[in-house]
Design a protein around this ligand. Structure first.
Ligand SMILES: [Zn+2]
Length: 177
């Protein structure tokens, strides 16, 4: 409207340009909105998981899962359901379903907890210094929901040399088709 008002005597030509500019702006804003919405959806899902209260998590998780995933407890060695699992598939976060580990990287470390030599992909696991219990360790958390998984050690097999030592309680297993 502003352009049309500014040049009323030029007439058709100006009006035509104005319409093109108008539609270009409209299209541009639609595209921007679409991209914005999809990014926001993913982001807000992560944000909402990260901002859940302890009560929210208590409702979502079993008491055992809550103790490990939210209170960083450790299940007794050799007690977890995935210690000896050798089936092919993907291990996901028991709290949020994020895909964390592949059976391809699972190995028998003899330590009593499911052990993996690598994460499924970069960015799935967050590492945090853990000085609790008079030890210097590296805690591992689910990157999506912040759930406690276990600890990371450097005594794993080659080529990574890593051992992701994970509580079975923090995991669900999805068998390969
Ligand atoms: Zn998670």
């Amino acid at each position: 409207m502003l352009i049309a008002l500014m040049c009323p005597k030029i007439g058709l030509m100006c009006g035509y340009n104005f319409i093109i500019v108008f539609f270009a702006l409209l299209l541009g804003s639609c595209n921007a909105q679409n991209t914005g919405v999809s990014k926001e959806t993913v982001q807000s899902k992560n944000d909402s998981l990260m901002s859940l209260s302890n009560d929210d998590w208590k409702q979502r998780l079993s008491p055992e899962q809550y103790e490990v995933l939210r209170n960083k407890a450790t299940e007794r060695p050799f007690s977890g359901k995935y210690v000896n699992t050798t089936a092919q598939g993907i291990y996901v976060c028991a709290a949020c379903g994020a895909e964390l580990f592949s059976s391809n990287n699972k190995y028998d470390a003899g330590c009593g907890w499911p052990s993996f030599s690598d994460a499924l992909a970069e960015g799935r696991i967050v590492e945090k210094p853990d000085l609790s219990g008079g030890m210097v360790r590296t805690e591992i958390q689910c990157a999506r929901c912040g759930g406690h998984l276990g600890h990371l050690f450097d005594d794993g097999p080659k080529p990574t040399g890593l051992r992701y030592c994970v509580n079975s309680v923090s995991l669900d297993f999805k068998p390969a088709d």
